[in-house]
Design a protein around this ligand. Structure first.
Ligand SMILES: NC(=O)C1=CN([C@@H]2O[C@H](COP(=O)(O)OP(=O)(O)OC[C@H]3O[C@@H](n4cnc5c(N)ncnc54)[C@H](O)[C@@H]3O)[C@@H](O)[C@H]2O)C=CC1
Ligand SMILES: O=C([O-])C1=[NH+]CCC1
Length: 304
């Protein structure tokens, strides 16, 4: 009889092994598997079962999301539980735990601190989209927002691309200045006084704010640029100008998820061109010369 032994894997341990290189490869493979299984929905080939997450609103304070997934090919049965309390002060706005079960018996195997995985996995997903959708090698990156995701996106993009400059904007300008000063390695970072200044010459834009209303306007975006929309994960929240959503070619991590959760998609009535996994699988084209948006909501796949 199998013995129950639930291992706890701490944030420190995860942080020491979870490199962006590892994550980018794993997320790329996971997004491909996810879209492949949707294409074969109902058929015996379906290998990933990942329903759109269930969200419980906690009055006006925040929410709890439950994100289960089964990946047959990896014998992986996992759920993430994530909270988002945007008004938190002096502690992160997101917290998460991940529970791993034995896929053959259902026995719980491990409990993982989910904070670092959420932080780095999200940036890795934006890197995957950017690898496929940016028009050439991106040189100027704009980051709108200066929280946890801004840090991980800065790190992941700096490791992956040869960036000449990173333009940072935050709605409270002191925070953008602090971001730039945080490390001497950030000599290629500049704090911008306006979101327009940050965005207007950028090859790639990342929006990582808790804003419920757009922080980027269509007319600021350089034609052919690529934008990763990471915030605004509820149907009543939007970070991107609806005019940009309508004029750009829009990619998502999950069609089903985007049509249920993304205010940027729902409020603008933008058309979804493809899941990024379909591009990874070669069943949809990467229209690199067009202005593109990747609307990210957070599909969860772990490296094995
Ligand atoms: N797509 C995905 O997979 C994931 C998305 N997220 C989303 O990304 C966003 C950023 O997450 P974190 O960096 O962890 O949050 P954070 O709390 O660390 O940072 C939030 C940032 O938004 C700024 N902000 C707050 N209110 C604003 C407003 N009204 N206008 C403009 N900026 C405002 C803050 O100054 C801060 O720079 C959140 O919306 C979060 O839900 C987070 C994790 C995964
Ligand atoms: O995937 C994730 O963990 C989240 N997406 C939006 C908020 C948290």
């Amino acid at each position: 009889m199998e013995q129950k032994s639930l291992e706890f894997i701490s944030a420190e341990k995860i942080g020491s092994v979870l490199t962006y290189k590892l994550l980018v490869d794993a997320v790329e493979r996971g997004l491909g598997l996810f879209s492949q299984s949707k294409a074969g929905q109902g058929a015996a080939t379906s290998t990933v079962d990942q329903p759109v997450r269930t969200v419980v609103n906690v009055s006006s304070k925040g929410f709890l999301g439950c994100m289960p997934v089964y990946v047959e090919a990896d014998e992986l049965l996992v759920t993430k539980l994530v909270t988002f309390f945007p008004k938190n002060k002096n502690i992160p706005s997101h917290h998460a735990v991940i529970v791993v079960f034995h896929a053959n018996t259902g026995v719980p195997r491990a409990l993982l601190d989910g904070e670092i995985i959420t932080t780095r996995r999200t940036a890795a997903a934006s890197v995957v989209a950017t690898k496929y959708l940016a028009n050439g090698n991106p040189k100027i990156l704009a980051i709108l927002g200066c929280g946890v995701q801004a840090e991980s996106h800065y790190e992941a993009f700096s490791e992956t691309f040869h960036l000449e400059q990173v333009r940072i904007w935050n709605h409270t300008p002191e925070r953008a200045k602090e971001f730039v000063k945080k490390s001497e390695h950030r000599h290629n970072c500049v704090a911008c006084d306006s979101a327009e200044e940050a965005v207007k010459e950028a090859d790639v834009v990342v929006t990582v704010t808790s804003s419920s209303t757009p922080v980027v306007k269509a007319q600021w975006i350089k034609p052919g640029a690529h934008l990763n929309g990471v915030g605004a994960c509820r149907p009543d929240m939007a970070e991107i100008d609806p005019a940009l959503m309508k004029s750009a070619v829009v990619y998502v991590d999950s069609r089903e998820g985007a049509l249920k959760e993304s205010g940027d998609i729902l409020l603008s009535k933008a058309e979804i061109y493809a899941e990024i996994g379909e591009v990874v699988n070669g069943t949809k084209t990467a229209l690199r010369d067009k202005t593109t948006v990747f609307k990210s909501l957070g599909e969860m796949f772990l490296p094995q």
